[in-house]
Design a binder for this molecule. Structure first.
Ligand code: C6P
Length: 416
């Protein structure tokens, strides 16, 4: 699609489009792509693709194991990626940045390692009603095993967390408060600093699901004062198969390893082992090396744009998108006003199921996600089985919002 709308860009959108080859393809003959599904996974710029290609062409070798030139190059590239990611989130040291497979694995690392070591029958863990299954099911599994009590901060009708009820739940003396920084369905940006401060006041630890916030907002883990933060590369211009668990050094040092195997040990005997130092203690086996290098390149790309500019760009798009969607008779958009949300708009139409909406939009090249978006309890709370979800990132334009709105009118005509 030709981009003519530059007026809102906090940065040079035409240059950005040139970096994302996939945005120029046709998805059906003669039908260009309009990609509005970055909350599921983002597209990747040439710089990320080139960094991974270059690694396999020139430097491929296992890390931390060889003394030959390629092994040293690949180890240096892998560790340099960790350093740049640590700087990107403001970690005190790269040793607090653990490579995992994704946000889901990062959260499971916390439940299985920290949780098993620290939680006992009757202990309370606070979650919220807007959690993705990734920050729900791992806690449910641990709760079953350890007879924990899970409590939930309610979501108000306008898609915000009820902080008065949170204050009341804190009187139950929870050991952990685990919450999403930004909802993948409602787009709500939760007041993470306040939630963490309140938890710390009563001595609880906090886990921030940053899957949607780290890609879209400036996130500084020390300014947040977070204990754990989980996020995935694939939602922030990087490859799939790699994510991060940030954890405070003292906490990570006290935690037992999550997976056992190579690289996570200092010494092994037939009947015992000694764990390696951080961060390697939590990185068993050969990791996703090329993916880590691609991830490093992705954070360089975002840091060059500036996360304030990324946030501003998406705020302008979502403000316009909410205005335009609300013009359409019968459309119900879930979630708060634009000032409290990132670039996510989940909606329903009375005439058509979310899957039909998505299928008809696809015929016009518009990619949106339909379903429960791995947040079934939230959909149950709102009394709906599914929503259609348009989500925006650095490469989206106001013009694409107009195309989405035209597409929704087409759906309404077809189902009238
Ligand atoms: N949400 C979506 O379409 P993984 O799959 O581990 O990279 O991320 C899991 C995850 C955790 N928390 C939040 C808030 C998320 O949005 C996601 C992923 C995608 O909404 C895929 S279900």
């Amino acid at each position: 699609m030709a981009i003519t709308d530059y007026s809102i860009a906090a940065f040079d959108i035409q240059k950005i489009w040139a970096d994302f080859p996939i945005l120029s393809r046709e998805v059906h003959p003669g039908v260009p792509l309009i990609y509005l599904d970055s909350t599921a996974t983002s597209q990747k710029p040439l710089q990320v693709i080139a960094a991974m290609d270059e690694f396999y062409r020139r430097s491929n070798a296992n890390i931390h194991r060889g003394i030959h030139a390629l092994a040293e190059e690949s180890t240096a590239a892998y560790e340099s990626a960790r350093e740049r990611i640590a700087a990107f989130i403001g970690a005190a040291t790269p040793r607090e940045v653990i490579f995992t497979r994704n946000t889901t694995e990062s959260i499971n690392l916390v439940t299985q390692s920290w949780g098993r070591a620290n939680l006992n029958p009757g202990d309370v863990v606070i979650l919220t009603e807007m959690e993705h299954h990734s920050n729900l099911v791992p806690w449910q599994m641990l709760a079953q095993e350890r007879s924990l009590r899970l409590e939930f901060i309610p979501v108000t009708g306008d898609g915000l967390l009820d902080l008065d009820e949170y204050a009341r739940l804190l009187t139950l003396d929870p050991k952990m408060v685990a919450f999403t920084h930004m909802s993948n369905v409602l787009g709500t940006i939760n007041p993470a600093t306040e939630i963490i401060r309140m938890a710390h006041e009563i001595g609880a630890l906090t886990l921030v699901d940053g899957a949607q916030s780290v890609p879209h907002l400036p996130v500084d883990v020390q300014a947040l004062d977070a204990d754990f933060v989980a996020f995935s590369a694939h939602k922030m211009l990087g490859p799939s198969g790699i994510g991060i668990l940030y954890g405070r050094k003292a906490l990570l040092e006290a935690m037992p390893p999550f997976l056992g195997g190579g690289d996570m040990i200092k010494r092994v005997e037939l009947r015992s082992f000694q764990s390696n130092a951080l961060p390697y203690k939590f990185e068993a086996g050969t990791p996703a090396i090329a993916e880590a290098i691609g991830f490093g390149s992705a954070v360089d790309y975002l840091a060059d744009l500036g996360m304030e500019a990324v946030e501003q760009h998406e705020r302008q798009i979502i403000t316009y998108a909410l205005e335009r969607l609300e013009e359409i008779p019968g459309v119900k958009v879930f979630g708060p006003a634009a000032e409290h949300r990132g670039g996510v708009a989940s909606f329903t139409l009375p005439e058509a199921h979310a899957h039909d909406i998505s299928q008809i939009l696809d015929a016009d090249g518009i990619a949106v996600r339909a379903g429960h978006h791995c947040a079934m309890p939230l959909h149950t709370k709102f009394g709906i089985p599914a929503t259609a979800r348009a989500s925006f990132y650095i490469y989206n334009t106001l013009e694409e919002v107009d195309r989405l709105v035209d597409g929704i009118y087409k759906v309404k005509q077809l189902f009238a």
